[in-house]
Design a protein. Structure first.
Length: 164
């Protein structure tokens, strides 16, 4: 079943941390992303990027996308996530350079049950990504909707009702 072995809202206590693994950004990745999604000179031209940032720098949006990939694989796919509800305070704290190894982590910052839908809760996640040197390069608060244990009970009841 869809919900087996996954964490529910009740399992996500404030302060709990989840390490998301890492990804390395190549020069080719930076150029490819910039060409397709953020075609600014300081991402497309190495000399301009060096003059502005001190090295070939990735788009902040690329950094956010890389974080999202790590978070989806290592966190969101392991909880009963019913969708995203928003992002607050997105910050690109430092540039990401070619060959940087980026590591992500999520900390449960806040959680509350939905007032109108008791089968789910809203969870605020402190999302952080650090570079090879351990410097913060990205931070944001992600808000996700996570199912409660009641969701599985409701789904099982519906399965029993409709399985005749």
């Amino acid at each position: 079943m869809f919900f087996e072995q996954k964490l529910y809202f009740e399992n996500l206590q404030e302060g709990k941390k989840f390490e998301l693994g890492s990804v390395t950004v190549s020069k080719e990745d930076i150029f490819e992303f910039a060409e397709r999604y953020d075609p600014q000179a300081f991402h497309l031209d190495e000399a301009t990027s060096v003059a502005v940032f001190g090295g070939l720098a990735a788009s902040g949006w690329q950094t956010a996308c890389l974080f999202q990939r790590l978070m989806a694989r290592q966190f969101l796919n392991n909880v009963v996530c019913l969708g995203g509800a928003g992002v607050e305070n997105l910050q690109f704290a430092k540039p990401v350079f070619a060959d940087d190894k980026l590591s992500g982590r999520v900390t449960i910052a806040e959680r509350r049950l939905s007032k109108s839908r008791p089968d789910r809760g809203l969870v605020k996640l402190l999302c952080e990504m650090v570079n090879t040197q351990g410097d913060l390069v990205l931070s944001m608060i992600g808000i996700v909707v996570i199912a409660t244990n009641r969701t599985e009970a409701r789904m099982n009841k519906e399965d029993q009702c409709c399985s005749n």
